[in-house]
Design a protein. Sequence first.
Length: 368
Amino acid sequence: MSVPFVDLKAAYAEIEAEIEPILLDLMARGAFILGPELVEFENAFAGYCEAQGCAGVENGTTALALAMRVLGIGAGDEVVVPANTFAATAAAVYHTGARVVFADVDPLTLTLDPASFEAAIGPATKAVAPVHLYGQPADMQAINAIARGANLKVIEDAAQAHGARYFGRRVGGLADIAGFSFYPTKNLGAFGDGGAVTSNDDDLIEQIRVIRHHGQSAKNIHSIVGETARLDNLQAAVLAVKLRALDASNAARRRVAAAYEEQLADQSNWLELPRTGEGREHVWHLYVVHLENRDGLAAALHNADIGYGMHYPIALHHQAAFSAARIGASLKVSEASAARLFSLPIFPQMSDDQIDAVVSTVRAFGGG
Protein backbone atom coordinates (compact mmCIF):
# COMPACT_ATOMS: atom_id res chain seq x y z
CA MET A 1 0.00 0.00 0.00
CA SER A 2 1.29 3.45 -0.95
CA VAL A 3 1.61 5.88 1.97
CA PRO A 4 2.65 9.49 1.26
CA PHE A 5 4.58 11.47 3.83
CA VAL A 6 1.75 14.01 3.79
CA ASP A 7 -1.45 14.00 1.72
CA LEU A 8 -2.50 17.51 0.70
CA LYS A 9 -4.95 16.17 -1.88
CA ALA A 10 -6.88 14.32 0.79
CA ALA A 11 -6.82 17.41 3.00
CA TYR A 12 -8.26 19.52 0.18
CA ALA A 13 -10.99 16.99 -0.54
CA GLU A 14 -12.29 17.47 3.01
CA ILE A 15 -12.93 21.20 2.50
CA GLU A 16 -13.47 21.43 -1.27
CA ALA A 17 -17.23 21.94 -1.09
CA GLU A 18 -16.90 24.66 1.55
CA ILE A 19 -13.90 26.54 0.24
CA GLU A 20 -14.53 26.76 -3.50
CA PRO A 21 -17.60 29.05 -3.34
CA ILE A 22 -15.74 31.36 -0.95
CA LEU A 23 -12.72 31.63 -3.22
CA LEU A 24 -14.81 32.04 -6.38
CA ASP A 25 -16.76 34.88 -4.77
CA LEU A 26 -13.57 36.56 -3.60
CA MET A 27 -12.04 36.34 -7.06
CA ALA A 28 -15.21 37.63 -8.70
CA ARG A 29 -15.07 40.66 -6.38
CA GLY A 30 -11.38 41.20 -7.09
CA ALA A 31 -10.74 41.72 -3.37
CA PHE A 32 -7.25 40.37 -2.85
CA ILE A 33 -5.37 42.64 -0.42
CA LEU A 34 -6.20 43.85 3.13
CA GLY A 35 -9.89 42.99 3.01
CA PRO A 36 -12.49 41.61 5.41
CA GLU A 37 -11.25 38.04 4.92
CA LEU A 38 -7.91 38.98 6.46
CA VAL A 39 -9.55 40.82 9.38
CA GLU A 40 -11.85 37.85 10.01
CA PHE A 41 -8.97 35.41 10.07
CA GLU A 42 -6.73 37.60 12.22
CA ASN A 43 -9.47 37.99 14.83
CA ALA A 44 -10.28 34.27 14.78
CA PHE A 45 -6.66 33.18 15.02
CA ALA A 46 -5.86 35.60 17.85
CA GLY A 47 -8.84 34.22 19.75
CA TYR A 48 -7.81 30.65 19.03
CA CYS A 49 -4.28 31.31 20.31
CA GLU A 50 -5.68 33.10 23.38
CA ALA A 51 -3.65 36.14 22.34
CA GLN A 52 -4.67 39.78 22.27
CA GLY A 53 -3.96 40.33 18.59
CA CYS A 54 -2.76 38.87 15.30
CA ALA A 55 -1.22 40.32 12.14
CA GLY A 56 -1.11 38.18 9.00
CA VAL A 57 2.11 38.34 6.98
CA GLU A 58 3.61 36.75 3.88
CA ASN A 59 5.36 33.74 5.48
CA GLY A 60 6.72 32.31 8.70
CA THR A 61 10.26 33.63 8.30
CA THR A 62 8.94 37.16 7.84
CA ALA A 63 6.70 36.66 10.88
CA LEU A 64 9.71 35.91 13.07
CA ALA A 65 11.88 38.66 11.58
CA LEU A 66 9.19 41.32 12.00
CA ALA A 67 8.45 40.10 15.51
CA MET A 68 12.11 40.64 16.38
CA ARG A 69 12.20 44.01 14.62
CA VAL A 70 9.30 45.47 16.60
CA LEU A 71 10.99 44.31 19.81
CA GLY A 72 13.92 46.54 18.84
CA ILE A 73 16.34 43.78 17.91
CA GLY A 74 18.96 44.83 15.37
CA ALA A 75 22.64 45.26 14.59
CA GLY A 76 24.90 44.62 17.57
CA ASP A 77 22.33 42.43 19.33
CA GLU A 78 22.34 38.65 19.82
CA VAL A 79 19.42 36.23 19.84
CA VAL A 80 19.69 32.73 21.35
CA VAL A 81 18.31 30.01 19.05
CA PRO A 82 18.30 26.20 19.43
CA ALA A 83 20.73 24.41 17.12
CA ASN A 84 18.10 21.75 16.33
CA THR A 85 15.46 23.59 14.30
CA PHE A 86 14.65 24.63 10.74
CA ALA A 87 16.94 27.25 9.21
CA ALA A 88 14.21 29.91 9.20
CA THR A 89 14.53 30.46 12.96
CA ALA A 90 18.15 31.51 12.62
CA ALA A 91 17.64 33.26 9.27
CA ALA A 92 15.04 35.56 10.82
CA VAL A 93 17.65 36.80 13.29
CA TYR A 94 20.03 37.70 10.47
CA HIS A 95 17.26 39.56 8.64
CA THR A 96 17.20 42.02 11.54
CA GLY A 97 20.97 42.53 11.43
CA ALA A 98 21.47 40.74 14.74
CA ARG A 99 23.69 37.73 15.44
CA VAL A 100 22.62 34.17 16.25
CA VAL A 101 23.84 32.41 19.38
CA PHE A 102 23.26 28.65 19.33
CA ALA A 103 22.15 26.72 22.41
CA ASP A 104 21.43 23.03 22.86
CA VAL A 105 18.14 21.15 23.16
CA ASP A 106 16.67 18.99 25.87
CA PRO A 107 17.26 15.25 25.22
CA LEU A 108 13.66 14.38 26.16
CA THR A 109 11.72 16.89 24.05
CA LEU A 110 14.40 18.19 21.63
CA THR A 111 13.17 21.72 22.35
CA LEU A 112 15.42 24.45 23.74
CA ASP A 113 17.21 23.35 26.92
CA PRO A 114 16.69 26.14 29.49
CA ALA A 115 20.07 25.47 31.15
CA SER A 116 21.87 25.68 27.81
CA PHE A 117 19.98 28.88 26.98
CA GLU A 118 21.09 30.43 30.26
CA ALA A 119 24.70 29.41 29.64
CA ALA A 120 24.57 31.02 26.18
CA ILE A 121 23.60 34.49 27.42
CA GLY A 122 26.29 37.10 26.84
CA PRO A 123 26.66 40.88 27.14
CA ALA A 124 25.05 41.50 23.73
CA THR A 125 22.17 39.03 24.14
CA LYS A 126 18.81 40.75 23.76
CA ALA A 127 16.34 37.92 23.14
CA VAL A 128 15.71 34.21 22.87
CA ALA A 129 13.64 32.37 20.24
CA PRO A 130 12.46 29.01 21.64
CA VAL A 131 10.98 26.69 19.01
CA HIS A 132 7.88 24.59 19.63
CA LEU A 133 9.48 21.79 17.68
CA TYR A 134 7.65 19.05 15.78
CA GLY A 135 4.39 20.17 17.43
CA GLN A 136 5.56 20.14 21.08
CA PRO A 137 5.83 23.35 23.13
CA ALA A 138 9.17 24.35 24.57
CA ASP A 139 9.57 24.66 28.36
CA MET A 140 8.20 28.19 28.48
CA GLN A 141 7.99 28.54 32.27
CA ALA A 142 11.71 27.99 32.67
CA ILE A 143 12.65 29.96 29.55
CA ASN A 144 10.49 32.94 30.49
CA ALA A 145 11.88 32.96 34.04
CA ILE A 146 15.48 32.99 32.79
CA ALA A 147 14.65 35.69 30.24
CA ARG A 148 13.01 37.91 32.85
CA GLY A 149 16.02 37.57 35.12
CA ALA A 150 18.34 38.64 32.30
CA ASN A 151 15.99 41.33 30.92
CA LEU A 152 15.61 39.51 27.59
CA LYS A 153 12.72 39.42 25.14
CA VAL A 154 11.12 36.07 24.22
CA ILE A 155 9.92 35.25 20.70
CA GLU A 156 7.99 31.99 20.28
CA ASP A 157 8.70 30.16 17.02
CA ALA A 158 5.33 28.41 16.77
CA ALA A 159 5.60 27.49 13.09
CA GLN A 160 5.15 23.77 13.81
CA ALA A 161 2.74 23.88 16.72
CA HIS A 162 -0.62 25.42 15.78
CA GLY A 163 -3.02 24.54 18.59
CA ALA A 164 -0.49 23.01 20.97
CA ARG A 165 -0.88 23.76 24.68
CA TYR A 166 1.59 24.26 27.49
CA PHE A 167 0.03 23.63 30.91
CA GLY A 168 -3.37 24.40 29.40
CA ARG A 169 -2.42 27.56 27.50
CA ARG A 170 -2.10 27.78 23.73
CA VAL A 171 1.22 28.55 22.09
CA GLY A 172 1.23 31.98 20.51
CA GLY A 173 0.39 33.81 23.72
CA LEU A 174 3.09 32.50 26.04
CA ALA A 175 5.77 35.17 25.55
CA ASP A 176 6.31 38.72 24.30
CA ILE A 177 5.43 37.79 20.74
CA ALA A 178 5.13 34.74 18.48
CA GLY A 179 5.59 33.86 14.82
CA PHE A 180 3.61 31.25 12.87
CA SER A 181 4.03 29.71 9.43
CA PHE A 182 1.12 28.58 7.27
CA TYR A 183 3.20 26.68 4.74
CA PRO A 184 0.88 24.10 3.10
CA THR A 185 2.18 21.11 5.08
CA LYS A 186 1.74 22.76 8.50
CA ASN A 187 -1.04 21.69 10.86
CA LEU A 188 -2.78 24.88 9.73
CA GLY A 189 -1.62 25.27 6.14
CA ALA A 190 -2.54 27.73 3.42
CA PHE A 191 -2.70 27.10 -0.34
CA GLY A 192 0.75 28.69 -0.63
CA ASP A 193 2.98 30.70 1.66
CA GLY A 194 1.61 32.57 4.64
CA GLY A 195 2.41 33.53 8.21
CA ALA A 196 1.21 35.48 11.22
CA VAL A 197 2.44 37.26 14.33
CA THR A 198 0.49 37.02 17.59
CA SER A 199 1.01 38.92 20.83
CA ASN A 200 -0.73 40.15 23.95
CA ASP A 201 0.69 43.63 23.22
CA ASP A 202 -1.62 45.56 20.88
CA ASP A 203 1.09 48.10 20.09
CA LEU A 204 3.43 45.41 18.74
CA ILE A 205 0.69 44.04 16.49
CA GLU A 206 -0.11 47.51 15.17
CA GLN A 207 3.57 48.08 14.38
CA ILE A 208 3.61 44.84 12.38
CA ARG A 209 0.55 46.00 10.42
CA VAL A 210 2.26 49.27 9.53
CA ILE A 211 5.53 47.62 8.50
CA ARG A 212 3.85 44.92 6.35
CA HIS A 213 2.05 47.59 4.24
CA HIS A 214 4.95 49.78 3.07
CA GLY A 215 5.20 51.50 6.44
CA GLN A 216 1.88 53.29 5.95
CA SER A 217 0.20 54.42 9.16
CA ALA A 218 -2.61 55.79 6.95
CA LYS A 219 -3.16 55.85 3.19
CA ASN A 220 -0.22 57.63 1.51
CA ILE A 221 1.35 58.40 4.92
CA HIS A 222 4.60 56.47 5.23
CA SER A 223 5.61 56.91 8.85
CA ILE A 224 8.49 54.38 8.63
CA VAL A 225 10.34 52.40 5.99
CA GLY A 226 8.23 49.29 5.63
CA GLU A 227 7.92 46.21 3.45
CA THR A 228 5.44 44.44 1.19
CA ALA A 229 4.75 41.58 3.60
CA ARG A 230 0.97 41.16 3.80
CA LEU A 231 -1.01 37.94 4.03
CA ASP A 232 -3.40 38.09 1.06
CA ASN A 233 -7.16 37.63 1.33
CA LEU A 234 -7.17 34.37 -0.64
CA GLN A 235 -4.90 32.70 1.89
CA ALA A 236 -6.75 34.29 4.79
CA ALA A 237 -10.04 32.88 3.49
CA VAL A 238 -8.53 29.41 3.19
CA LEU A 239 -7.03 29.61 6.67
CA ALA A 240 -10.30 30.79 8.23
CA VAL A 241 -12.07 27.69 6.92
CA LYS A 242 -9.28 25.34 7.97
CA LEU A 243 -8.96 26.94 11.41
CA ARG A 244 -12.47 25.80 12.29
CA ALA A 245 -11.36 22.19 11.83
CA LEU A 246 -7.90 22.51 13.39
CA ASP A 247 -8.69 20.90 16.73
CA ALA A 248 -10.28 17.90 14.99
CA SER A 249 -7.31 17.70 12.62
CA ASN A 250 -4.87 17.74 15.53
CA ALA A 251 -6.89 15.03 17.29
CA ALA A 252 -6.55 12.89 14.17
CA ARG A 253 -2.79 13.39 14.28
CA ARG A 254 -2.78 12.27 17.91
CA ARG A 255 -4.63 9.11 16.86
CA VAL A 256 -1.82 8.26 14.43
CA ALA A 257 0.86 9.04 17.02
CA ALA A 258 -0.90 6.87 19.59
CA ALA A 259 -1.05 3.97 17.13
CA TYR A 260 2.68 4.26 16.46
CA GLU A 261 3.36 4.40 20.20
CA GLU A 262 1.28 1.30 20.87
CA GLN A 263 2.50 -0.80 17.95
CA LEU A 264 6.20 0.14 18.01
CA ALA A 265 6.81 0.33 21.76
CA ASP A 266 8.36 -3.14 21.81
CA GLN A 267 11.02 -2.08 19.28
CA SER A 268 12.92 -0.05 21.87
CA ASN A 269 16.09 -2.14 21.45
CA TRP A 270 16.77 -0.29 18.18
CA LEU A 271 14.10 2.40 17.78
CA GLU A 272 13.66 5.39 20.13
CA LEU A 273 10.15 6.82 19.97
CA PRO A 274 9.42 10.51 20.63
CA ARG A 275 8.54 11.60 24.15
CA THR A 276 6.37 14.41 25.46
CA GLY A 277 7.38 16.71 28.31
CA GLU A 278 5.33 17.47 31.39
CA GLY A 279 2.38 19.77 30.78
CA ARG A 280 2.72 19.67 26.99
CA GLU A 281 -0.16 18.93 24.62
CA HIS A 282 1.60 17.75 21.45
CA VAL A 283 -0.02 18.35 18.05
CA TRP A 284 2.35 16.06 16.10
CA HIS A 285 3.32 18.18 13.13
CA LEU A 286 6.05 15.55 12.73
CA TYR A 287 6.60 12.13 14.26
CA VAL A 288 10.36 11.95 14.77
CA VAL A 289 12.04 8.74 15.93
CA HIS A 290 15.75 8.04 16.48
CA LEU A 291 17.79 5.08 15.26
CA GLU A 292 21.33 4.28 14.16
CA ASN A 293 20.68 2.86 10.67
CA ARG A 294 18.29 5.42 9.29
CA ASP A 295 19.54 4.97 5.72
CA GLY A 296 18.53 1.33 5.95
CA LEU A 297 15.05 2.21 7.21
CA ALA A 298 14.74 4.84 4.48
CA ALA A 299 15.49 2.20 1.84
CA ALA A 300 12.97 -0.22 3.35
CA LEU A 301 10.22 2.41 3.36
CA HIS A 302 11.10 3.55 -0.16
CA ASN A 303 10.87 -0.01 -1.44
CA ALA A 304 7.44 -0.30 0.19
CA ASP A 305 6.29 3.00 -1.42
CA ILE A 306 6.06 4.73 1.96
CA GLY A 307 7.14 8.32 2.47
CA TYR A 308 9.57 9.51 5.14
CA GLY A 309 11.65 12.56 6.09
CA MET A 310 14.62 13.75 8.13
CA HIS A 311 14.04 16.87 10.26
CA TYR A 312 16.81 18.05 10.55
CA PRO A 313 19.86 15.97 9.61
CA ILE A 314 22.42 18.80 9.84
CA ALA A 315 22.46 20.89 13.01
CA LEU A 316 22.37 24.60 12.19
CA HIS A 317 25.81 25.40 13.59
CA HIS A 318 27.24 23.12 10.87
CA GLN A 319 25.46 25.01 8.07
CA ALA A 320 27.66 27.41 6.07
CA ALA A 321 24.95 30.08 6.17
CA PHE A 322 25.38 30.41 9.94
CA SER A 323 29.13 30.11 10.24
CA ALA A 324 29.31 33.56 11.85
CA ALA A 325 27.03 32.53 14.72
CA ARG A 326 28.36 32.28 18.24
CA ILE A 327 28.29 28.87 19.93
CA GLY A 328 26.91 29.70 23.34
CA ALA A 329 27.16 26.28 24.99
CA SER A 330 27.89 22.64 24.29
CA LEU A 331 25.64 21.35 21.49
CA LYS A 332 26.16 17.64 22.04
CA VAL A 333 22.44 16.74 22.16
CA SER A 334 21.69 18.59 18.92
CA GLU A 335 24.64 16.93 17.20
CA ALA A 336 23.73 13.44 18.42
CA SER A 337 20.09 13.90 17.43
CA ALA A 338 20.94 15.19 13.95
CA ALA A 339 22.80 11.96 13.20
CA ARG A 340 19.91 9.67 14.25
CA LEU A 341 16.57 11.43 13.66
CA PHE A 342 14.01 10.10 11.20
CA SER A 343 10.42 11.19 10.47
CA LEU A 344 7.62 8.69 9.87
CA PRO A 345 4.48 9.69 7.93
CA ILE A 346 1.81 11.43 9.96
CA PHE A 347 -1.19 13.34 8.64
CA PRO A 348 -4.82 13.61 9.75
CA GLN A 349 -6.26 11.57 6.89
CA MET A 350 -4.10 8.46 7.47
CA SER A 351 -6.21 5.31 7.36
CA ASP A 352 -5.74 2.33 9.65
CA ASP A 353 -4.44 0.38 6.65
CA GLN A 354 -1.83 3.05 5.97
CA ILE A 355 -0.75 3.07 9.61
CA ASP A 356 -0.49 -0.72 9.53
CA ALA A 357 1.64 -0.54 6.38
CA VAL A 358 4.09 1.82 8.04
CA VAL A 359 4.22 -0.19 11.26
CA SER A 360 4.68 -3.55 9.52
CA THR A 361 7.50 -2.19 7.34
CA VAL A 362 9.28 -0.63 10.32
CA ARG A 363 8.90 -3.80 12.38
CA ALA A 364 10.11 -5.99 9.53
CA PHE A 365 13.19 -3.81 9.13
CA GLY A 366 13.93 -4.20 12.85
CA GLY A 367 13.49 -7.95 12.74
CA GLY A 368 9.90 -8.17 13.92
